[in-house]
Design a protein around this ligand. Structure first.
Ligand code: FAD
Ligand code: EPU
Length: 341
């Protein structure tokens, strides 16, 4: 294994934030992970694609980049095929593998950046699908117990952008592989209007796994900034959930407000709308706001961006201002989706 000292993490986070790691190494299997762990047994930072992280300071310890590879079909039955992937594989590569093998379930999650290993961390989701919908199990190395444990779906306690790994077991486990259960027969979820519209634009009348994936890729490419061009980590905040009564009160005051009814009677608000409808001064909008190189994306207010040389602190300070102004105007407290380091 190759250990490096004081190396720049700029190219290892999609925000493109300059920060250094005191020590840095990559691991390709569990024995390399164990070997690396000896350098800093207390607080190693596990890194996948760095697409959901904001560095606000240098990392005064060991950063370990997960490079465990391999994708294979491990089991199949009449209805399902079980695909196991090393945690260091790219998420989109796994989606493409499934699509190439005519396996359904992941198509709505095409083009989400990052690694397979991070996908259960926050139960990644898009266009009405979350990984919990086709998750089977995962293997994770317990840093303190020094052994691999298996987690089934209920043990992961998946929620909206949540799991035990982001919550009560934070920094305790390193996910080493994930097994997904894909459908042999597709059951498309194209209820999100944008997908139906995009399929029509593409001239598709009978959706296939591949065409739905392509429709999602097209929509995402139009809306979200490509991190190779503009630094970002996707949605910076979560969409907040409020009770139905509060939603009615907000709707009376702000008729355009966007919310989605949940089965429990609560309403999930589109945080992008809230952020777009307030700003640094009365009558202005955060959407398209820029101070130095830190900004709020012009086409999607939920995405904070680094136009080049913003610091993590500048992005963080902007997020604080946005939280305060949304709270002041709408009485709704936004919480961050991005992991702060
Ligand atoms: P990292 O950023 O490297 O890590 C994220 C967190 O997980 C960190 O706390 C890290 O320590 C921990 N971690 C990473 N790997 C492991 C491991 N193997 N074991 C234990 N801990 C680990 N997310 C969505 O849910 N839906 C979207 O539609 C979406 N769109 C996005 C669009 C863009 C343009 C971008 C930049 C991001 C988007 N995201 C989206 C966020 C991001 O892609 C996901 O959260 C992704 O799963 C992060 O993967 P990563 O490997 O980059 O994780
Ligand atoms: N909206 C605005 N202004 C904006 C942005 C959004 O008014 O600037 C309103 C619009 O009414 C729009 C609605 O919000 O119709 C929803 O917007 P969008 O479809 O872009 O989705 P989102 O709620 O902003 C969520 C996820 C995304 C995921 C998309 C698609 C969260 C925090 N974000 O965004 O996930 O890709 O839905 O399903 O749940 C991520 O987690 O990083 C991420 C990008």
């Amino acid at each position: 294994m190759h250990f490096q000292e004081n190396i720049s993490l700029k190219k290892f986070n999609t925000f493109g934030i300059e920060a250094t790691a005191k020590y840095f190494a990559s691991f390709k299997n569990v024995s390399e992970l164990e070997e690396a762990f000896k350098i800093d047994p207390v607080s190693p930072l596990i890194l996948g694609g760095g697409s959901n992280i904001l560095f606000t300071k240098n990392y005064d310890g060991l950063v370990l980049k997960n490079e465990i590879s391999g994708i294979s079909i491990v089991q199949s039955d009449e209805d399902y095929v079980y695909v196991k992937a090393g945690a260091g594989e790219g998420w989109h590569k796994l989606v493409m593998y499934c699509i190439d093998h005519e396996l359904a379930g992941m198509e709505n999650l095409s083009l989400i950046p990052g690694s397979v290993g991070a996908s259960p961390m926050q139960n990644i989701g898009a266009y009405g699908v979350e990984i919990k919908d086709f998750f089977h199990s995962l293997e994770a190395y317990h840093l303190e117990g020094k052994k691999i444990s298996e987690f089934d779906k209920s043990a992961c306690e998946f929620g909206y952008r949540e799991s035990v790994f982001k919550g009560k077991y934070k920094n305790q486990f390193v996910i080493t592989s994930v097994t997904y259960r894909l459908n042999k027969k597709p059951a498309f979820n194209i209820s999100y209007g944008a997908i139906t519209e995009e399929l029509e634009t593409m001239g598709i009348h009978e959706p296939t796994i591949k065409s739905v994936s392509q429709a999602v890729i097209n929509i995402r490419s139009k809306k979200l900034p490509n991190p190779t061009e503009i630094g970002n980590a996707g949605s910076f905040f979560k969409n907040p959930e409020i009770i139905g009564q509060d939603f009615l009160a907000l709707t009376a005051k702000y008729p355009g407000i966007v919310g989605y009814q949940l089965p429990n009677g609560h309403v999930k608000l589109a945080a992008g709308w809230l952020i777009e409808h307030c700003g640094p001064e009365v009558g202005t909008s955060w959407k398209g706001f820029r101070k130095g190189d830190a900004g709020c994306y012009t086409k999607q207010a939920l995405v904070l961006v680094n136009y080049g040389n913003a610091t993590g602190d500048e992005i963080y300070a902007l997020s604080e201002k946005i939280i305060a102004s949304v709270n002041k105007k709408f009485g709704v407290l936004l919480s961050r989706e991005v992991n702060l380091v």
